[in-house]
Design a protein. Structure first.
Length: 507
C-alpha cells in the first residue's frame, strides 16, 4: 500500500472541505530497472567525455608548442591568450639586474662604503653592466637570484629585533591596508574593513581598525555593539589563543579525523547511528553501505587514526577539511565488483566469515504489550507488599523520631472532650502530615490543644506517668496507620518520646 500523503496546513484546518488527492506516478519494476541502466549509461558517457577532453588537452599542448616556435613567443604567453587569462600580477618577479644591484650593495655594506650601487665600480645602465652581465655563468646568475630571493623573503617574513620596529611596522602596514581598501571602494564601490591587534600581551603594537565608506556601521546595525567592543574582544582572544589553542596537538588532530569521517559518513548514508569501521573497512563500509572514502592517500593504510603518524595525520585532516578526501557513493556495477572481490577473499580464507548464532532462523520470543502489562502488575504487587510490610512494622509500635515544630502562642481552638475510640477506617482516610499541638497538664488528665484542625483524633490523652514539669509544645506525625509517633519539647530543651494510638498518649 502506498503511504498516505501528509495533509497541508490548510486542509488540516478545514476538515469538512473535500480534499483533492495528489497524482501519484506508479513505477513498475521495469521502469526502475531501466532507470538504473540509464544511470550506468550516463556514467559511461561521462567517462568517455572525460577521455575525449584529455585527448583535446594533449593536442592543444602540442599546438601551443608549435605556435610558440613558429611565432617566437613563449608557451606561457600563447596559453594565456588561448585561455583568456587575466594579466594581473601579485608582485614583480626576480630580475638579474636587481640581483646584481643587491650583490653590489651587500659588498658595499660589508666594506663600510656607500649603500648606493650607482657609486660602485660599474654603471648599471652602461656598457660596463652589459659586459659584466655577459661575463656571468649560469651558476653565478642562479646564485645571484637565490640571494635576492632570500633577502626578499627575510624582509617579508623576518621577525623584527626591537619592539619599536614591531610597532612602526604594524602601524605603517595597517595604514597601507586602509589606503588600499579606500582606493578599492573608490574604483569599484566595494566596502570593506580590517582589524589589527597584537598577538601576545608583551607586544607593543596597538589595535587598529581601517574601513571604507563607514563599513563599521555594520556592527552597530547588525550586532548592536560598537566596533571597538569587537576590536577589544578580538585582542583578548588573540592574546589568549596560544594558551587555549590545541589544534596542533596530535591527539586532537586524530580525534578530529574520526569526527569528520563519521560525520560525513552519516550524511551520505542518512543513518545517524552508523559508525566508521577502520579494521573491516572493505566489508563493513564499502561492501555493506556502498560508499567509499575517495581521495585517501594510497600509501596510507586504512587504520585507526591513533596508528597513523603525526605528519600524515595532519595532512589527512587538511584534506578532509578542504574536501580532497570525501565519501562517494558507488554505482551498481562498482558494488557488484566489490561483492565479487569480497566473496573471493572469503573463499580464499583471507577474510573470515562471521560465525552465525545458534538460534538463527528460529522463532524468538518478543516482548509484547501483554507481557509488559503482566510485568508491570507484578512490580505493583511487589510495591504493595513492601508498603504492607512497612505498615505492619509501624503498627507494632516502631518509634519514628519527628522534628520539633514550635507551637503558636495563641491556638485556634482548645479541645476539651472525653476520651473516645477512633475508628480505624477514619484514621486510614487521613493523609500523612505534620501538625503541632500543646499539652497542658490539668491534674491527672492533660488536655491536648491542637494548632491544626485536621488531627486524626479529638480527645485528651491519658497519662501513665508524671511530666516532671509543664509541657509547652509537642510535634507528631500522623499517617493512615493507627499508630502515631512524635516528640514533646520540654522547657529545658530535652525531648520526651511520644507513642500514641488514636485514643491516648503514653508518656
Amino acid at each position: 500500500m502506498p503511504k498516505e500523503p501528509t495533509l497541508s496546513a490548510h486542509a488540516a484546518r478545514n476538515p469538512t472541505k473535500p480534499v483533492q488527492q495528489p497524482r501519484r506516478r506508479h513505477e513498475s519494476q521495469a521502469t526502475k530497472a531501466s532507470r538504473a541502466l540509464a544511470a550506468e549509461q550516463r556514467a559511461d558517457n561521462d567517462l568517455a567525455l572525460t577521455t575525449k577532453f584529455n585527448e583535446i588537452f594533449m593536442q592543444r599542448e602540442e599546438d601551443i608548442k608549435t605556435l610558440a616556435k613558429d611565432f617566437n613567443k613563449t608557451e606561457n604567453y600563447i596559453r594565456q591568450v588561448l585561455e583568456n587569462c587575466i594579466h594581473y600580477t601579485g608582485k614583480r618577479g626576480l630580475s638579474l639586474k636587481n640581483a646584481i644591484t643587491h650583490r653590489l650593495s651587500k659588498e658595499a655594506r660589508e666594506n663600510g662604503d656607500s649603500y648606493n650601487a650607482r657609486d660602485e665600480r660599474i654603471n648599471l645602465s652602461g656598457e660596463e653592466y652589459q659586459a659584466y652581465k655577459d661575463s656571468l655563468t649560469e651558476e653565478e646568475k642562479k646564485s645571484l637570484l637565490d640571494d635576492l630571493a632570500e633577502s626578499k623573503n627575510l624582509k617579508e617574513h623576518g621577525v623584527h629585533a626591537t619592539n619599536k620596529a614591531v610597532a612602526l611596522d604594524a602601524m605603517q602596514t595597517s595604514a597601507q591596508v586602509g589606503r588600499v581598501i579606500i582606493a578599492l571602494h573608490s574604483r569599484t564601490a566595494v566596502r570593506g574593513f580590517a582589524m589589527f591587534t597584537r598577538g601576545h600581551p608583551d607586544d607593543s603594537a596597538t589595535p587598529s581598525f581601517v574601513e571604507s565608506d563607514m563599513a563599521s556601521k555594520f556592527f552597530e546595525d547588525t550586532f548592536d555593539c560598537s566596533v571597538w567592543d569587537v576590536v577589544r574582544k578580538f585582542e583578548l582572544w588573540s592574546c589568549n589563543r596560544d594558551k587555549t589553542d590545541n589544534r596542533s596537538n596530535i591527539d586532537t588532530v586524530r580525534k578530529r579525523i574520526t569526527e569528520l569521517v563519521e560525520e560525513t559518513l552519516r550524511k551520505i548514508t542518512g543513518d545517524k547511528t552508523v559508525t566508521m569501521s577502520w579494521t573491516n573497512y572493505k566489508i563493513d563500509i564499502v561492501h555493506t553501505l556502498g560508499v567509499e572514502l575517495a581521495g585517501w592517500p594510497p600509501k596510507v593504510e586504512m587504520v585507526r587514526p591513533s596508528k597513523i603518524p603525526a605528519d600524515t595525520a595532519r595532512r589527512i585532516l587538511g584534506k578532509l577539511r578542504s574536501g580532497a578526501i570525501q565519501w562517494v557513493a558507488l554505482t551498481r556495477s562498482q558494488r557488484e565488483d566489490v561483492a565479487e572481490e569480497v566473496e573471493a577473499l572469503r573463499e580464499s580464507g583471507a577474510v573470515k566469515q562471521r560465525k552465525p548464532r545458534n538460534n538463527k532462523d528460529k522463532p524468538r520470543r518478543q516482548r509484547t504489550k501483554k507481557n509488559k502489562k503482566s510485568s508491570d502488575s507484578s512490580d505493583s504487587e511487589d510495591d504493595s507488599e513492601e508498603e504492607s510490610t512497612l505498615q505492619s512494622h509501624t503498627n507494632d509500635g516502631a518509634r519514628v523520631p519527628a522534628p520539633t515544630v514550635p507551637t503558636p502562642t495563641t491556638h485556634a481552638s482548645t479541645v476539651r472532650a472525653p476520651v473516645t475510640e477512633a475508628s480505624a477506617a477514619a484514621v486510614q482516610m487521613q493523609t500523612p502530615q505534620i501538625a503541632a499541638f500543646a499539652i497542658t497538664p490539668t491534674g491527672p488528665t492533660p488536655v491536648v490543644s491542637a494548632a491544626a484542625s485536621n488531627l486524626p483524633f479529638n480527645a485528651p490523652a491519658s497519662s501513665t506517668g508524671s511530666f516532671g514539669t509543664s509541657v509547652t509544645s509537642a510535634a507528631f506525625t500522623s499517617s493512615p496507620a493507627t499508630s502515631l509517633s512524635g516528640a514533646a519539647a520540654m522547657p529545658f530543651g530535652s525531648q520526651l518520646a511520644v507513642n500514641a494510638s488514636c485514643d491516648e498518649f503514653n508518656f
